[in-house]
Design a protein around this ligand. Sequence first.
Ligand code: SAM
Ligand code: SF4
Ligand code: SF4
Length: 376
Amino acid sequence: MTENTNKIIPVADMRYASRVPSIPAQLLAPTGLLSDTRGRPLRDLRISVTDRCNFRCNYCMPRSVFDKDYAFLPQSSLLSFEEITRLARIFVAHGVQKIRLTGGEPLLRKHLEVLIEMLAKLQTPAGKPLDITLTTNGSLLAKKAQSLKDAGLQRVTVSLDGLDDAVFRRMNDVDFPVIDVLKGIEEAQKVGLAPIKINMVVKRGTNDAEILPMALYFRYTGSVLRFIEYMDVGASNGWRMDEVLPSAQVIERLSAEFPLTAIDPGYAGETAARWRYADGAGEIGVISSVTKAFCSDCNRARLSTEGKLFLCLFASQGHDLRALLRGGFADEQIAAAVGPIWQTRGDHYSELRAALPADVGLGDGARRVEMSYIGG
Ligand code: SAM
Ligand code: SF4
Ligand code: SF4
């Protein structure tokens, strides 16, 4: 071990509180029917494959915090593909049907296609394939779309905060040109990683002028543009309520140009409220994480790059599954430990925050996880 590694590991490993789950004396086998204290099933697992990113979006990884001295996780802390697949198999036995790879920027993880191939072989207890998708900033997508598709990825979600090159470069804060992301989206469409979802985080006064151009660009393409309210996730983005543009206003602005009709959710627990263009140009979505909490059917668990399980995007404490993986425990033991974690879950942060005055976040004294660490 080098001197440098000695320095980094403790900082990185202790960045967020976590506890090692206990193994129950009686090993109950997964039934696929877990339910938390609010009656919510476990269906969706988001796996962060890296905490690094080549962008510095100011709402997620502001340069002032994620600078050259920032201690990203060392390689030895990351779950290996075998470890990720082992945990994914356990979660699928517990009811997970959908896996989303995220990060950081997931396409920065070397040989990600190998992991996708491994995950694509998993099946639900009913013998169905998993729904495997990935969220990316699109910077490497033009190069990787075909190999991702070949590995078994079904769809992609691409984050894109505007079409105006100057606005986009300012938001990613690494001077990355928008045209390269648009080429990535085209390539993903060409190879069939579709229907593509396009995520636009809207910050009032920063990129809200991009709402209409984005809608115009993606109408009639088959891609589904989703407008996300800027969230108070993490502890470093300096979030302020006056920079949130409520989804209701996004819909107001859009419907002044293109009449819209609300449509039903595609599935239980869908985060986006869906709208269809009345003229048949396709559909859009709004994700109102701030103004309209959707905790009541939140069926998502999140696995950090270093194998900590988080039950809410706004959690400050994780459950250290890597300690179990590396502690020599059998799958049956780890599965039996995961069950009670979900069964005792009561998280509903956004609902609690919605009950407070507009610009107040909920502080619980502990450091909340960053979006780049846990994924979106
Ligand atoms: N790097 C990839 C990307 O940007 O698509 C994947 C990880 S990123 C953390 C996942 C999603 O979280 C992105 O769509 C991003 O826009 C969104 N996100 C990050 N910080 C956010 C915030 N403060 N509010 C709302 N969405 C945020
Ligand atoms: Fe990177 Fe995605 Fe965060 Fe932007 S939103 S800094 S692309 S992880
Ligand atoms: Fe789910 Fe937590 Fe978001 Fe509520 S605040 S929807 S519980 S992740």
